[in-house]
Write a protein that binds this ligand. Structure first.
Ligand code: G3I
Length: 342
């Protein structure tokens, strides 16, 4: 990939990395969440995945994708495309996710049954997925986003908490471990950098799991942040999570430059510089605050700006990732890479 643009105000040019990739420069795994559709239909997208040595399934392993229409009617077509690609290209696979309050199929949301019946569909789903990819998937987000911003457990909008009780999180980890004794099991959440209460709730959960012997191997910090996110909030969560001794994954990194959703905003130099500095800061904090034995890696949430959920859910004029709409490395790529060594 030949790039001629000059980028960082601190004097690093993208040309310095012309013959390297993120994965060849990084001291830990660098991942991307990906879509099987883009992998199969967009050659530039597929080519850009040579930058990464870890892959997360963005949507392909969620309940809505794997058991979409009815109980026990599993569909692994999307996930299998990703797994085959990763096996052929020797990339680690992180499974996302086994249990979430969102993106459940209609039949689950409408399911009628007592707690034993709910437990049966829950256990069957977890163990079917984990068993199918045993030895292929290295790690799973077992439970995703179980806590509210105030640190309370999400209950009223979570079918699992409503029907299985608050110990559904521990059950999920136990069922996953039964299905694969070797796979690493993560709890994954967002917003900890803005919510000390949520961070505290996750740490209390880890402590409780350790006391009760519930298996847990890692914590995912999603890190969907924006250029105004307070840096001390990022430092606090990375430092506190690292102190658990668990593996730490920055699991869904993107940096919005348009959190105010201004329809006329342009991606000007000042915004790019601020975003680049923040990418540097995140990578630097991760590298220096998380012991290397606990560094599961940093994963960005998709590849090019046009693939980002932010473009689909929030606003079209945002540029949250390291590659542009045509999969060219952006100037902020240099800021990210600087965090590997400086
Ligand atoms: O596949 C259908 C397609 O057939 C249809 O034409 C299209 C119309 O909108 O929808 C497509 O499905 C969408 C799917 O993404 C694939 O693009 C769903 O509607 C949409 O809800 C789904 O959104 C995903 C979202 O999670 C909900 O599952 C985003 O791509 C994904 O980036 C986002 O990821 C979450 C993490 O799992 C957890 N953390 C937050 C993160 C961002 O919201």
């Amino acid at each position: 990939m030949i790039i001629s643009l000059c980028c960082s105000k601190k004097g690093v040019t993208q040309n310095d990395y012309a013959s390297s990739t993120l994965q060849s420069l990084a001291p830990f795994k660098i991942g991307a969440a990906i879509s099987p559709y883009l992998l199969q239909n967009n050659p530039a997208y597929k080519q850009t995945l040579s930058e990464f040595n870890s892959i997360t399934t963005e949507n392909a392993l969620k309940w809505g994708a794997t058991q979409p229409s009815s109980k026990d009617n599993f569909d692994f077509s999307g996930a299998d495309v990703i797994v085959s690609f990763c096996e052929a290209s020797h990339k680690r696979i992180h499974g996302h996710n086994l249990v979430w309050y969102q993106y459940n199929p209609q039949w689950v949301n409408q399911f009628q049954g007592d707690s034993a019946a709910w437990d049966a569909i829950f256990k069957n789903h977890i163990q079917t997925l984990v068993s199918r990819y045993k030895g292929k998937i290295s790690s799973w987000d077992v439970v995703n986003e179980a806590f509210n911003e105030d640190g309370s457990l999400r209950v009223s909008n979570c079918v699992w908490a409503l029907h299985l009780g608050k110990d559904y999180i521990a059950k999920a980890f136990t069922y996953a471990r039964e299905a694969d004794p070797s796979v690493l099991l993560f709890y994954n959440d967002y917003g900890q950098e803005n919510s000390p209460a949520k961070t505290a709730a996750i740490l209390a959960m880890v402590k409780d799991f350790k006391q009760r012997g519930i298996p847990i191997d890692g914590l995912g910090i999603q890190m969907h942040i924006n250029i105004n996110t307070p840096r001390d909030g990022i430092t606090n969560v990375v430092r506190q999570f690292a102190a658990t001794g668990l593996k730490i994954h920055i699991s869904e990194l993107d940096i919005s430059v348009n959190p105010q959703k201004d329809k006329n905003l342009l991606y000007n130099q000042a915004l790019q510089d601020r975003q680049s500095d923040l990418f540097y800061f995140v990578v630097h904090q991760y590298r220096t605050l998380v012991p290397s034995s606990q560094q599961w890696g940093i994963t960005t949430w998709n590849v090019g700006d046009a693939d980002s959920w932010i473009r689909h859910f929030n606003i079209k004029n945002d540029w949250p990732l390291l590659f542009d709409d045509n999969y060219k490395r952006k100037p902020v790529y240099a800021g990210f890479i600087k965090g590997f060594s400086e």
